[in-house]
Design a protein around this ligand. Structure first.
Ligand code: BTN
Length: 245
């Protein structure tokens, strides 16, 4: 990861650029990084605020030989990579939130957006998109966000080297990706569950018009959240998970 590096002063979105480069045959491990994004993409069509010079906006192109239904596994891989990099550089208690946010003390510090180019039974390439708030100040965070947000600098009370943090993320990604290629999803799943506070806890899951209460068991091979409720284990594919009591 990172042998090929493409840097932008400003771009529409590193994910969009990575999708374009991927179609043009960019090699596995190509890293794209931007100082700022005009159209940073968040999940569910949301906008990802991307002010210049303070945070990390990056996309990584991978070409694993996996079927498309295994592609969500890479989101969990990137979540573990970011959480570990934050723990390593800052010694902060970074935790994961299902399906793909990174939190510190309950506030969102990073978001992940993975995109896929695939045919019916084969992945061409995957784009791992990572937005990590590093030196953003509290007054640069809009109060209107869906979740309370934070940055590493806010949590540490001092600015950090963005290069150091970014390199830690790429190194962790590299290690975890090799582990994934050699040993499959199981070690990644276990590592992710070790960063997830809700295994064994009672939760309420709200997805669309359905609400489910039960005990979190972990995640399935396709990234579904496993919740034990009324004597069976339910698979939850999307929704908000709220701890109960
Ligand atoms: C989320 O909604 O939580 C996911 C946010 C993902 C943002 C990153 S920033 C780098 C990459 N390029 C994008 O346009 N989005 C991702």
């Amino acid at each position: 990861v990172g042998r090929e590096l493409v840097c932008f002063e400003e771009t529409d979105s590193t994910n969009l650029q990575a999708l374009r480069l991927g179609e043009q045959g960019a090699t596995e491990g190509t890293v794209l990084v931007a100082e700022s994004q005009r159209g940073g993409k968040g999940r569910l069509g949301r906008h990802w605020l991307s002010p210049s010079g303070v945070n990390l906006y990056t996309s990584i192109i991978l070409r694993p030989r996996i079927p498309p239904w295994d592609a969500p596994q890479l989101t969990f891989l990137s979540a573990v990579a970011v959480a570990r990099a934050v723990q390593q550089v800052c010694a902060l208690p970074a935790r994961v939130k299902w399906p793909n946010d990174i939190l510190i003390n309950g506030r969102k510090v990073a978001g992940l957006l993975n995109e896929l180019s695939a045919e019916t039974d084969a992945v061409h390439f995957v784009v791992l998109g990572i937005g990590l708030n590093i030196n953003m100040r509290a007054d640069q965070i809009p109060a209107s966000l869906r979740y309370p947000a934070t940055s590493l600098a806010i949590e540490m009370d001092r600015p950090l080297s963005r290069v150091e943090v970014a390199c830690a993320v790429y190194r962790q990604l590299d290690d975890l990706y090799h582990l994934y290629l050699n040993e499959g999803f199981d070690p990644i799943r276990l590592a992710w569950e070790a960063c997830f506070d809700l295994v064994g806890e009672k939760v309420r899951v709200e997805s669309g018009d359905r609400t489910l209460s039960g005990i979190v068991q972990g995640i399935d091979t396709d990234g579904a959240l496993l919740v034990a409720a009324a004597g069976t284990v339910e698979r939850v594919l999307a929704g908000d998970v709220v701890p109960v009591g």
